[in-house]
Structure formats: C-alpha cells, structure tokens
Design a protein around this ligand. Sequence first.
Ligand code: ZN
Length: 57
Amino acid sequence: MSDDRESERIKPAKQESAPRCPACAAFSHLAAKLLDTQNGKTVRLYQCQCGERIWDD
Ligand SMILES: [Zn+2]
C-alpha cells in the first residue's frame, strides 16, 4: 500500500498549527486572518466545532 508515501507527503512544518480548544480540547480551524494595522501584525482567529473562538496573536 502507499501509507509510507502518504506520510512523506505531509509536511507539518509548513502547515499552520491550529491551537486546541480550551473548552473541549478538539483542534480548532482557522476562521479568519486579520491584519492589526495598529501593531502591523497578523492576528489569526480560530474557531472550534463547539463554537469556541480562540485568538492567536
Ligand atoms: Zn471546542
């Protein structure tokens, strides 16, 4: 089978790591990416399937 090849194709270093939800411990997904013009940096908003929002700045 091609299990080994599949795992080689996955490059975790290049993926944006989503934080775990503090409420249910599930992985959240990236909901929005906002530019904070005051600080000049990008702020990411993650949302969990349970509805919990996690700000990552
Ligand atoms: Zn959750």
